[in-house]
Design a protein around this ligand. Structure first.
Ligand SMILES: C[S@@+](CC[C@H](N)C(=O)[O-])C[C@H]1O[C@@H](n2cnc3c(N)ncnc32)[C@H](O)[C@@H]1O
Length: 205
């Protein structure tokens, strides 16, 4: 795992309240909408890549999803979610790992990523992500990605990002992923700035 990446993210989550980071949202409404659109059932295996301390997990538990995994390079981010969830945290699988060094032990039905993929500015890193994705998402499964849109900010958390349109994401991911739906969202940060996001839902062919 990249030590620098881990140090950066642990420091972010150690020094900023979960509801003060720019990517905070009180409700993960777009994610839930797209997970429902993918016709996930309550026993679908869902993984949130770079899930941080997102409340998406709370929504999934509230909706009785029974096979939820969160992966993040920052253990502190996951501790934030575990503390918030209390006893319900035991119902979730937690993985501390850099996605680029992770080899999935199983294939999931839904792979969700909000604002993690866009940090991969090197083609080699995106290729490593794709390798994990191809192993970790079953054929017929749903890939849901939200990134800064091509007119979105150029940095996030002080790091450079790659901005995407849904079509550019489709070209990057290759023929194993069929674009089903694309949406745009203007995310309002806790500080009041507006950040355009591109959302895409794919089916793994
Ligand atoms: C901008 S935050 C988004 C968090 C969450 N998805 C949300 O919507 O609130 C990006 C997250 O990705 C995680 N992350 C960044 N690079 C990663 C990597 N290579 N592997 C795993 N997690 C990573 C960070 O620790 C952070 O929690």
């Amino acid at each position: 795992m990249s030590r620098a990446r881990q140090t950066h993210w642990n420091e972010v989550y150690a020094t900023k309240a979960a509801d003060k980071v720019s990517w905070f949202q009180p409700r993960a409404a777009m994610s839930m909408r797209l997970i429902e659109a993918a016709r996930a059932t309550r026993d679908s295996a869902i993984i949130d890549i770079g899930g941080g301390s997102s409340v998406l997990i709370d929504h999934l538990l509230d909706a009785d999803f029974a096979d939820i995994t969160v992966l993040d390079v920052s253990e502190r981010a996951l501790i934030g979610s575990k503390d918030r969830l209390g006893a319900r945290a035991a119902e979730v699988h937690w993985i501390v790992s850099d996605i680029l060094a992770w080899s999935p032990a199983r294939a999931y039905d839904v792979w969700h990523d909000r604002a993690a993929f866009h940090f991969l500015t090197d083609a080699a890193d995106r290729a490593a992500y794709r390798t994990a994705l191809l192993k970790g998402l079953r054929p017929g499964g749903a890939l849901i990605i939200g990134t800064f849109a091509d007119d979105g900010p150029q940095t996030c958390s002080g790091l450079p990002v790659q901005r995407w349109s849904a079509n550019a994401l489709a070209a990057e991911l290759g023929p194993e992923f069929r674009l089903i739906e694309s949406l745009r969202e203007d995310h309002r940060t806790p500080g009041g700035a507006v950040q355009p996001f591109a959302w895409a839902r794919f089916e793994r062919v």
